[in-house]
Design a protein around this ligand. Sequence first.
Ligand code: DC
Length: 233
Amino acid sequence: MRRINIAIDGFSSCGKSTLAKQLAHHLGYTYIDSGAMYRAIALYVIENGLVIEGKLDKPNLLRVLDKIDISFKHDDATQRSETMLDGRNVEHKIRGMEVSRHVTLVSPVPEVRAKLVQLQKALGKDGGVVMDGRDIGTVVFPHAEVKLYMTARPEIRAKRRYLELVGRGVEVDYASVLENIERRDDDDTKREADPLLKAPDALEIDNSDLTATEQFDLALGHVVKTIGVVAEA
Ligand code: DC
């Protein structure tokens, strides 16, 4: 069976990773969370004093950027891929609000994007990858045979994210989650380097009123139409 790459783009917290993991599991593909890589760089700048009075110390980031090592380690026990920063497992740390608040300092930097896009392309060179992000169908895998573009209303996304954070024991209020989502939507769509765009050949899925199962069936139907019947992995 031919192994393709599947590109999933969309705003933050609109269920991209849930769908990407379901598809990867069903197809026996590897799921790659490109947002985790931007989050890892954000964690690096926070931990290394490269944020001064809320601003990024870009010259010093660019000096060390080549040496920052980001990779993924598959955990057989949890069946999850964990994000590694310079050999350290940072999967938990990169999901907190502090990193969420700082990630838009690093995601618009063209040199950061160039480094991460190169890494993402390399991870997908043999196919069999489901990758989610903002520029996967437009920049990372412009020739992907399946592209999905996901949307959902901001209040719905904020509610999902709020419940997810509370479920993980993070102390947070709904208003600040909504504010963070709206700010990131703005940054994602308005930045000059690789903004969030729907690729012309992407299938748009608005999941505001869809269950995860309905969304999965819709997406899998599209995959099957594109590559033919797939046996469950
Ligand atoms: O998907 P996420 O919310 O974990 O992504 C974290 C941040 O990284 C988000 O603010 C947008 C940015 N991002 C990006 O610019 N390009 C990608 N391919 C993935 C994420």
